[in-house]
Design a protein around this ligand. Structure first.
Ligand code: ASP
Ligand code: MG
Length: 591
């Protein structure tokens, strides 16, 4: 018999009528011949109410007690839902995280799932019950109640679908699917039929806000197709699966992260190990660093720029001040009024001119780009916060994201073949379900680097550079623009080795016309790329990577990051050693 997991978010459970409506949805699904597991969140805004209450009593409530408190929200929902199903004449049983056997680590308020036992749920399902599971919670080895972080019921749902080998996982929410960007920010945003896990991962933590990003990591890891749909309408919703909506689309969606702050450490000694000295004290303070940019150094010194959530700027500055002092680096500058805008699409990995198109549109709108990073499927730029929403709209328009893509893939099935469950359970043995997994550590030795220093840091510069490079038919891979000093920025990019001469010519000709600093280049660089699942939620990845390289005496020349990837460039001849040392450093988490 097929098995369906249905998750209902708080807004879909806000009052008794909505709870009864959700119960009917589950009963209908059961009547169609499926076994049904419901995962429920706390009703309405109950979790917020509890958080607020705790704050009135204690400014820094102990994390263990916070979990004890917050888990009650879901416990209310499971009980009421079981009563609703009973009232409608069907069999149901409610279970807390502990009763299901959702084991987590002991990191209260952001625990990670380690294992889930399926026996009891399976027995109850076989006896004809609708099983109602409390989302967002688990227990640790000592039977302490833990929670998975705000929004964590999505993760519970996908995890249960994975271990039970469910045929589908439906997420009922107050939005009717996944959009090309947040429809509250851009009215023309389009609901998509389908989005790939990778695009969703790049977008989820960028503020698309539809799903808990850890739930997507999970879904990708265990190939669970997710169907996001509205609990209020019968609109088909959107599928989150392996394949994108359209194979040739360069950009699928756009996103903005507000409330970012930029920190730049100038004159960091460009030697192995110095990056680590900057990031370790930040990690010690549990600050998640987002965008990291390091551009090619000059005279043995380099600048390191990165962003952190604005609220965490004070701790970050404190950490960085320490590091700068030890390293003899500095000054440290920061800007708390910045935002990150990004364009994401699987197709951009194979097309030229995507960055150029984005930069051109932004420059036409007068938006200055303070920092740029790219990954295979994402281009991000840091802009002034005042211009962020406009920048988002401009990107959305430039790539016609309001229109259906031509030549879409055939829609993915909402279900998957049975038989994965055993495999999942086997893979769980010995490793926590939510452990970091690294898919790939790739080495690309075919590229060369071009750097233009001291570019005037005004709108349109990056657009001009990449326009002319694209006109020369050169495919640009990695782009790094670091924050400029005294109004001057430095821009580096990598191109195929055999196009270096041509690219340098373009850069030289620009230098003469734009009055910038020197053009430098390197005929042979090695680009290493670590990609995987959990990179974003495991802040230690970049650090582990930088430490391994430093220990091997390998200097990092350029860095750029995205949600699912960290890219570094090292000297060409050191590429193989660098790859070997990264493989060793991540051996325990390679998939
Ligand atoms: N009730 C929890 C929260 O509001 C978990 C969830 O809704 O997913 O964060
Ligand atoms: Mg929620």
């Amino acid at each position: 018999m097929s098995l369906v997991v249905q998750k209902f978010g708080g807004t879909s459970l806000a009052d008794s009528a909505k709870i009864l409506a959700a119960a009917r949805t589950a009963i209908r699904t059961q009547n169609q011949g499926n076994q049904v597991v419901m995962v429920v969140s706390a009703m309405g805004k109950n979790t917020d109410v509890l958080v607020d209450l705790a704050g009135q009593i204690n400014q820094k409530p102990p994390a263990r007690e916070m979990d004890m408190l917050l888990s009650t929200g879901e416990q209310v929902s499971v009980a009421l839902m079981a009563m609703a199903i009973d009232a409608l004449g069907h069999k149901a049983i409610s279970l807390t995280g502990a009763q299901i056997g959702i084991r987590t680590d002991s990191t209260h308020t952001k625990a990670r799932i380690e294992s889930i036992s399926t026996d009891r749920m399976q027995r109850l399902l076989d006896a004809g019950n609708i099983v109602i599971a409390a989302g967002f919670q688990g227990i640790d080895d000592e039977f302490n109640i833990t929670t998975l972080g705000r929004g964590g019921s999505d993760t519970t749902a996908v995890a249960l679908a994975a271990v039970l080998g469910a045929d589908s996982c439906e997420i009922y929410t107050d939005v009717d699917g996944v959009y090309t960007t947040d429809p509250r920010k851009v009215a023309e945003a389009r609901r998509v039929q389908q989005v790939s896990y990778n695009e969703m991962l790049e977008l989820a933590s960028l503020g698309a806000g539809v799903m808990h990003s850890r739930s997507i990591e999970f879904a990708k890891k265990f190939s669970v197709p997710i169907h996001v749909r509205s609990s209020l309408t019968d609109i088909p919703g959107s599928m989150i699966v392996e394949q994108p909506e359209a194979p040739d689309q360069s950009v699928f969606g756009a996103a903005v992260t507000l409330d970012e702050a930029r920190v730049t450490v100038a004159k960091v000694p460009d030697v192995p190990g110095s990056i680590i000295q900057v990031f370790s004290p930040i990690a010690d303070r549990n600050v998640a660093v987002d965008m990291i940019v390091q551009n090619i150094g000059e005279d043995g010194l380099t600048d390191l720029s990165f962003t952190v959530p604005r609220g965490e700027l004070p701790q970050t500055l404190e950490a960085v001040a320490e590091a700068a002092e030890t390293l003899g680096a500095g000054p440290v500058t920061h800007d708390a009024q910045v935002a990150k805008v990004s364009a994401v699409g699987l197709g951009m990995a194979r097309q030229t001119g995507v960055a150029d198109q984005m930069f051109r549109a932004l420059s036409a709108a007068g938006v200055n780009l303070e920092m740029i990073t790219t990954s295979e499927i994402k281009i991000s730029a840091l802009v002034d916060e005042q211009q962020a929403l406009n920048a988002l709209r401009v990107i959305h328009q430039a790539f016609h994201l309001d229109q259906e893509p031509v030549a879409a893939n055939a829609p993915a099935a909402a279900t998957r073949p049975h038989g994965n469950a055993v495999d999942v359970v086997e893979r769980l043995q010995g490793v926590g379900m939510e452990e970091l997994t690294i898919d790939d550590i790739t080495l690309d030795k075919t590229q060369a680097r071009v750097t233009i220093t001291n570019l005037p840091d005004t709108p349109g510069i990056a657009a001009r550079v990449f326009e002319e490079v694209a006109e020369a038919g050169v495919f640009v891979d990695m782009i790094v623009q670091s924050f400029g000093h005294h109004g001057l920025a430095s821009l580096s990019f990598t191109v195929p080795g055999d196009r270096l001469t041509q690219s340098v010519q373009v850069a030289e000709s620009l230098r003469q016309r734009l009055d910038c600093g020197a053009v430098t280049s390197s005929p042979s660089v090695a680009k290493l790329s670590v990609s995987g699942i959990g990179l974003r939620s495991h802040t230690g990845v970049a650090i582990r990577m930088f430490r391994a390289l430093a220990d091997a005496g390998i200097n990092v020349n350029m860095i750029s990051t995205s949600e699912v990837r960290v890219n570094v460039v090292v000297d060409g001849p050191q590429g193989d050693d660098a790859q070997a040392c990264l493989q060793a450093a991540f051996a325990d988490v390679m998939r």
